[in-house]
Design a protein around this ligand. Structure first.
Ligand code: FAD
Length: 483
């Protein structure tokens, strides 16, 4: 992508922030992009005239790009335009924890209650297949995104957590997931954290470098003839047309792939992921400097397993390809009226809590410098359920992945390709297709409700530490969180 830029002409977003500062992953692109050469993040040309296409996709994250990829796979003659207000991967897709997992935010039990057992089983199988497909597509397209097929280990560090680990392993196996229960010794052999009593191990997870994945995918779709316009903000979406950079783009189908930003995109007719259909919730991350081999010998993660534990307020991490520890978690507050803006990507208090949580879990990294702090918004629907669909006006959508989007976007892209090319397939019959569900409450109820939910989650962990029993608060909240 051209020679390296000096600090002065470094590409920046509309708020003036260098793209490079978006995440550790974007920063690493200066050394090596998805094809091995540095990626200078220079934006592709913005849309500068009205145009027509078969499909226009709004948002060049994984949802938008996988959709473009699979559309051109299904029908190479399709004319597809993808636009993004910034650059490919600017959203959660270029900032996430790099777990490409078979996790889906709604449990199989809850799916079975809502849609029946066969539908729940089909979705679990589709998610497991999707993890394999992502690795295969990345390899086939020559996208070097540091894939490690290590699985994921989720530690149990208190008695109530161990009970949940047992229950999770039993339920997962009943739904066809090959989740194993590890005793304390076996768990510590994978990840030698503090207070380990056991763990679950799920093989269906890849470690990836997310910016290399999404930026590589952008190149792959361009190579297939997709027109990708960056720095092109969409300010209105109607049936079969969008207003992008002030220019009308007409298309048979419009795909909205804006996840958390959907709360602010003016769309008619509305979709399950616009306006009050989706609430942006921030997840934040930190990363250490590269750690010496002796520290990794003490920690483990020899196969680059991704990791978490069974606390209620989610934390997650990975060993990066250059031997850093990247560690993230929820805990950032929801912002009034679903605000999404660059200033919210950082929160000193939440980042400090994350560093504390990382040190408490893995004291081996206490001496290491924390070199990167970042975050981003992800989309959460009122019933915690992701959705993908197409309405009769030609408007399509996918999102609401609640932080499980790296693999799910691939499933969404394949499903949208089938829907838009008019095919009735096993994918278009999965239970999340066409799912609408309830919308979030208007403010101030939404603000109060989501903030109360976060406070209750923190309380649930404190309650378990104090009582050493399953949290009553968490039990009461479970139906609201897709369980
Ligand atoms: C810190 C963090 C950690 C995470 N960790 C994981 C993980 O480890 N595993 C996992 O599975 N998931 C994880 N997720 C979630 C995952 O990253 C997302 O679910 C996924 O990337 C969503 O992809 P997307 O393409 O739908 O949305 P995004 O990647 O957010 O893309 C939306 C795009 O739309 C563009 N856009 C918005 N509005 C407009 C407009 N008006 N006009 C034009 N363009 C517009 C944005 O610029 C953006 O590029 C994490 C998320 C975060 C924030």
């Amino acid at each position: 992508m051209g020679p390296a830029l000096s600090a002065d002409d470094e590409p920046r977003d509309r708020s003036g922030r260098p793209y490079r500062g978006l995440s550790l992953w974007f920063d690493q692109l200066a050394e090596r992009g998805p094809d091995g050469a540095p990626d200078d993040l220079a934006p592709r040309p913005a849309l500068d005239a009205p145009t027509e296409a078969d499909v226009v996709v709004v948002g060049a994250g994984l949802t938008g790009l996988w959709t473009a990829y699979h559309l051109t796979e299904a029908d190479p003659s399709l004319d597809v335009v993808v636009v993004d207000q910034e650059v490919a991967g600017y959203g959660a897709s270029g900032r996430n924890g790099g777990w490409c997992s078979a996790l889906f935010p709604v449990s199989a039990d809850a799916l079975a209650r809502r849609h029946g057992e066969p539908a729940a089983r089909a979705l679990r199988a589709a998610m497991r297949d999707t993890v394999v497909e992502v690795a295969a597509t990345a390899a086939a397209e020559g996208i070097d995104c540091d894939v490690a097929v290590g699985g994921t280990v989720v530690l149990a560090r208190t008695r109530p957590q161990l009970e949940r680990a047992r229950a999770h392993a039993a339920s997962a196996r009943a739904w066809g997931d090959e989740v194993e229960l590890l005793d304390a010794r076996a768990a510590r052999a994978v990840l030698d954290a503090t207070d380990v009593l056991g763990a679950t191990f799920d093989p269906d997870c890849l470690r990836v470098q997310p910016a290399r994945l999404v930026r590589g995918l952008a190149r792959a779709v361009e190579a297939r003839g997709v027109r990708l316009h960056e720095r092109t903000a969409v300010t209105r979406v109607g049936p079969r047309r969008v207003l992008a950079n002030g220019h009308v783009v007409r298309a048979r189908h419009v795909v909205l792939a804006t996840e958390a930003w959907g709360a602010h995109v003016p769309v008619r007719p509305r979709t399950p992921l616009t306006g009050r259909g989706v609430a942006p919730v921030y997840s934040l991350m930190v990363a250490t400097e590269p750690l010496p081999a002796a520290v990794w010998d003490a920690i483990g993660l020899r196969r680059a397993e991704t990791f978490s534990d069974f606390r209620h307020l989610l934390v997650y991490g990975q060993r990066t390809a250059d031997d850093r520890l990247a560690f993230g978690g929820r805990g950032a507050p929801y912002h009034w009226r679903s605000a999404v803006r660059p200033a919210l990507d950082r929160d000193d208090a939440v980042h400090a809590h994350l560093v504390e949580a990382m040190h408490e879990l893995l004291p081996q990294v206490r001496g290491a410098a924390v070199t990167h702090r970042w975050g981003g918004p992800l989309g959460v629907r009122r019933d915690w359920s992701p959705t993908v669909g197409l309405d009769p006006s030609g408007l399509a959508w996918a999102g609401g992945y609640v932080g499980d989007g790296v693999a799910t976007t691939h499933l969404a892209g394949r499903t949208l390709a089938d829907l838009l090319t008019g095919r009735d397939t096993a994918l278009t019959r999965l239970p999340w297709v066409g799912h609408r569900g309830p919308r979030w409450e208007p403010e101030p109820l939404r603000w109060l409700g989501i903030r109360a939910g976060l406070a209750a989650t923190v309380l649930a962990d404190a309650e378990e530490r104090a009582t050493r029993r399953q949290s009553v608060v968490a039990h009461l909240m479970a139906p609201l969180l897709g369980h």
